[in-house]
Design a protein around this ligand. Structure first.
Ligand SMILES: Nc1ncnc2c1ncn2[C@@H]1O[C@H](COP(=O)(O)OP(=O)(O)OP(=O)(O)O)[C@@H](O)[C@H]1O
Length: 273
């Protein structure tokens, strides 16, 4: 590892300092601060409209924060405030509903291309994209890892929700990213697929990929995830250790209804009281 890589490996995955994001004339994230260290697997929980996807798009550079009044940098990812999006995508694998929508609405996009184009931070292969045998080999490994090899040859538009999700996971893993940013990754998966997927994530977490999981569902928070962030109305409601944050009062405040929480070994569940 050279000095540059060393600095990247030890830098916080995310350091957001008082960032605000506007969409149209609405303030969607309001003076939001959050730090996630390298290796600190984290779940971000919030009700519909709390600002979770906006936060994901802030991290992936699809949205930008307003210029902060304090003069400091509002946001750093892997210790840097400036990134070429393609370099960032090499370090941060992303699975999100908007990516799935884009990939599955392109009628001619095939599974192999959906994975290989990730090497170029693109959604399709272009004439100037030179796919090497090593890339093809790595794509095959990532498809295997995501349980999606049997889908090769299919168009993305023809896949079921769960099948398309597996391909997107392969696409996210193809770079061996340092971190995975997963926005509602289990939405639309059946019980068995969800369990397989979560077990797969646990393996990645144990082997050094930092997980950043955005979800509505307490049940999806894996034992490896020890930090939980609660979001409400575009603001950080609480950030802390899982047992301190996954409590009835705090989840009731997050979802605006009385919630009771149960612990089952290393997992938690929550229901409306
Ligand atoms: N382009 C936009 N213009 C105005 N408001 C927007 C725009 N995009 C998002 N919003 C609003 O920002 C708020 C946060 O949206 P966001 O998608 O980040 O929430 P979320 O927590 O991901 O919700 P969900 O769980 O329903 O996916 C919502 O109230 C939404 O209506």
């Amino acid at each position: 590892m050279n000095v540059h890589q060393d600095a990247l490996a030890s830098a916080p995955l995310l350091d957001i300092d008082d960032a605000s994001v506007m969409r149209g004339d609405r303030l969607i994230l309001d003076r939001f601060s959050l730090r996630i260290d390298a290796g600190q697997h984290t779940a971000i929980l919030g009700a519909n409209g709390a600002g979770k996807s906006t936060l994901v798009r802030l991290i992936t550079r699809e949205h930008y924060p307003l210029a902060p009044g304090h003069g400091r940098t509002a946001m750093r990812v892997f210790g840097r405030d400036r990134w070429h999006v393609s370099d960032l995508r090499g370090l941060l694998g992303i699975v999100s509903p908007s990516l799935q929508h884009d990939c599955t609405s392109d009628a001619t996009l095939e599974v192999a291309e959906a994975v290989l184009s990730s090497f170029f931070a693109a959604q399709r292969l272009g004439l100037d994209h030179r796919v090497t045998p090593a890339m093809r080999e790595r794509a095959a490994e990532a498809l295997e890892q995501a349980g999606a090899t049997h889908l090769l040859g299919r168009s993305m538009a023809s896949l079921s929700t769960g099948e398309a999700r597996r391909v997107l996971i392969a696409r996210a893993l193809v770079h061996r990213p340092r971190a995975l940013l997963l926005d509602e990754p289990c939405a639309g998966l059946d019980m068995a697929s969800r369990r397989r997927f979560l077990e797969n994530l646990r393996g990645l977490a144990r082997h050094g990929t930092t997980l950043l999981l955005v979800t509505h569902h307490v049940e999806e928070i894996l034992p490896e995830i020890q930090q939980v962030v609660l979001l409400r109305d575009g603001r950080l409601l609480r950030q802390g250790a899982k047992p301190d944050v996954l409590t009835g009062p705090l989840l009731s405040a997050t979802f605006g209804m009385p919630v009771c929480v149960e612990r089952h070994g290393d997992y938690f569940s929550a229901a409306i009281a």
